[in-house]
Design a protein around this ligand. Structure first.
Ligand code: SF4
Length: 289
C-alpha cells in the first residue's frame, strides 16, 4: 500500500472512497476496469491518509444532514483497515456530527466497528450492505478468494439484525455457467429472508465485463474453470453486458421471493432507501445555530 494526501473526500452524491484499490481478489471486480484510470497496481492500495480530517471539514460545513455512502468502488474493510483503522475513524466523525452512513463490504471486519454503527443508527441511520454471490462455500473461496465466505457474511447480517441495524444485500454479479443456478439463487435468497434484509440489489442475472476487468476475469477462468473462457468469447464477444442464459427464470424467482417477503427489489427503491435521511433525527447539532 502507499499513502497520499487527498484534496477532497466527498463526491457530489456524498459518497467517499477512503481507499483506492483492493486486496480481496474477486475474479470479476469491475473496479479494475481501465476506465477508472488507476495509475498503480490494483492491489497496491492507495490510502487517503487525511480522509477523516477532510470528512470532518466537509461535515462541519454542511447545512443539511444526509447519508454518507462508502464501499461502492473499493471495500472499506480490506486487510489494511486492520492496522490503519481509517474507515473506523471516518465512522467516528460521522457519529460525532450525527450524519447517517450507508456502508458496503464483503468483510466481517466491519464487526469491529459495531459500537459505532449502532451509535450512528441510534442518532441517525446506518445501513450495512453486504455482497452475497454464491451459496457454495468452495466456489466462494475461488471467486472471492481473500475475504470471508458467504456463511460468515450471513453471520454479519444476523448480528446487524440483532443490533437493529438495517441491511441491504447486493446479489451481484451472477456469472454465467458459474453461479447462475436456481439452487444458488434460492440459497442466497433464503439467507436474505432469514436475516430480515430490507432490500436486495440486483441489476439482472449477469455480470459486466470491460477492458481491464475482462482480462483479469479470463485469467481466473483459465486457472479455475478450464475451457470456459472460450465459451464466454464465443457467446458474448466483447459485450459489456454478459447475461446468464438462465436470466429469465432466475430473475422471476428473485422477484417473487422479494415480493412475498416484503423485500425491496427494484434498484431505484433500494437506492432511494440508502439515500433517505430520517428527518426526525439528527438535528441536535444544527439546532445550536
Ligand atoms: S471486494 Fe469489491 S473492490 Fe474488492 S476486489 Fe472484490 S469486487 Fe473488487
Amino acid at each position: 500500500m502507499h499513502f497520499t494526501k487527498a484534496k477532497g473526500i466527498l463526491s457530489a452524491n456524498n459518497g467517499m472512497n477512503i481507499y483506492r484499490g483492493c486486496t480481496h481478489g474477486c475474479i470479476y471486480c469491475d473496479s479494475r476496469s481501465r476506465c477508472y484510470g488507476f495509475t498503480h497496481p490494483f492491489e497496491d492500495v492507495e490510502v487517503k491518509e487525511n480522509a477523516a480530517e477532510l470528512l470532518e471539514q466537509k461535515l462541519r460545513s454542511k447545512r443539511k444532514k444526509c447519508m454518507i455512502g462508502t464501499g461502492a468502488m473499493c471495500d472499506p474493510y480490506m486487510h489494511c483497515e486492520e492496522q490503519l483503522g481509517l474507515t473506523g475513524r471516518c465512522l467516528e466523525v460521522i457519529d460525532r456530527y450525527e450524519f447517517g452512513v450507508a456502508i458496503q463490504t464483503k468483510s466481517d471486519r466491519i464487526l469491529r466497528d459495531m459500537d459505532l454503527l449502532r451509535s450512528i443508527n441510534e442518532k441517525a441511520k446506518t445501513v450495512v450492505q453486504i455482497t452475497l454471490t454464491t451459496y457454495d462455500e468452495e466456489l466462494c473461496r475461488i471467486i472471492e478468494p481473500h475475504v470471508c465466505t458467504t456463511a460468515r457474511r450471513v453471520e454479519v447480517l444476523e448480528q446487524m439484525r440483532e443490533a437493529g441495524i438495517p441491511t441491504v444485500v447486493w446479489l451481484t454479479p451472477v456469472l454465467p455457467f458459474i453461479n447462475d443456478t436456481e439452487d444458488n439463487i434460492r440459497g442466497i435468497l433464503k439467507c436474505c429472508v432469514d436475516t430480515g434484509v430490507k432490500g436486495i440489489m440486483n441489476f439482472g442475472m449477469g455480470v459486466t465485463l470491460r477492458e481491464g476487468d475482462r482480462e483479469y476475469f479470463y485469467e481466473a477462468l483459465d486457472k479455475h474453470f478450464p475451457g470456459l473462457r472460450n465459451k464466454y468469447q464465443y457467446m458474448y464477444g466483447n459485450s459489456y453486458e454478459v447475461s446468464s442464459p438462465n436470466h429469465g427464470r432466475l430473475f422471476r424467482i428473485f422477484e417473487d421471493t422479494c415480493r412475498e417477503n416484503g423485500i425491496l427489489y427494484k434498484p431505484d427503491e433500494s437506492f432511494a432507501y440508502l439515500r433517505e435521511f430520517p428527518e426526525d433525527k439528527g438535528y441536535s447539532q444544527l439546532s445550536l445555530f
